[in-house]
Design a protein around this ligand. Sequence first.
Ligand SMILES: *Cc1c(COP(=O)(O)O)cnc(C)c1O
Length: 351
Amino acid sequence: MKFIERKELKDKKTDLKFGKNFTDYMFMMEYHDGAWDYDSACIKPYEPFVLDPSTSVFHYGQAVFEGLKAYRNEAGEVRLFRPMENMKRMNESCWRLCMPQFDEKFVHDALVELVRKEKDWIPTAPGTSLYIRPFVIAVDKALGVHSAKNYIMSIILSPVGAYYAHGFDPVSLYVEENYKRACKGGTGHHKVAGNYAASILAADEAEKRGYDQTLWLDAAENKYMEEVGSMNIFFVIDGLVVTPMLGGSILPGITRRSTIELLKKRGYKVEERLVSVDEVVKAADDGTLNEIFGTGTAAVVSPVGSFGYHGKKYTVGDGKLGKITKYVYDELTGIQTGRVEDDFGWVERII
Ligand SMILES: *Cc1c(COP(=O)(O)O)cnc(C)c1O
């Protein structure tokens, strides 16, 4: 892989706002003439793309992405959490949008090389990390609707602060009944940029109503819990952990799967099944709704203190951080940073 040096490096003292600051270098690779051009792969100074106004991604949205984090501890060790899972999922997302498959090991190795190169950008304070954003876009210069013949893959890096800088505050969710994020047979199962475009209006309206995020219901029956904006969702009802089963419209989160595997291995019973909004409302009413939490790379685990449905606000448990929520958070972040032994083989230490 080529490496292009940057003349002046940026000041590494940033305010760590999520996704606002980017490191000195980026990865880039091109696809043309029917194949990924692995010779074009390079680590080069972070800089803008120059793209023709007719470029296909601007018009028809052939774009997929991933999100993962590198953690650096006080000893200077750097760890990635299940990075090959992100590679695999990005390839599956590419497949769904008719975009070309890539060599997962090659891109993984390029990602590792980029993070190693930028290790001084990785913050070390508790809860901080380097957010890694791989993505692929279609770059044909043509307005016809068809799968493109030219693509760019890139990886950019952004140092991020602790998600819970002001403490582990539970969020509130608004159960959305009018708009849908995804349906079976659509693209909700994949990490596709357009899924987010379709979700922003509901997020805005939830915020106007005083809620932090949207809790999506299924598109067919408007009845079953699916997931949150960029997190999967777990319920603890009468001591039992339940999460909506994957069924084609829910994003298969790596944190979701890790949470299920972790809890099962530690002796908890976890059910993956349909979870209706009625079941959760009933549990809230009769006092058996112990906890709700979201899982995703950005927050790792996010406690939910309340939710709104049909114009009514329901409190989850005592509205504070729940026991299982805290346990999952402590265990997962412990494994990610090396504080807790990784008996799953999830962590890849790269420095
Ligand atoms: C990325 C994402 C998640 C979380 O996935 P992780 O692999 O755990 O980060 C959940 N829902 C949606 C819609 C997502 O895009």
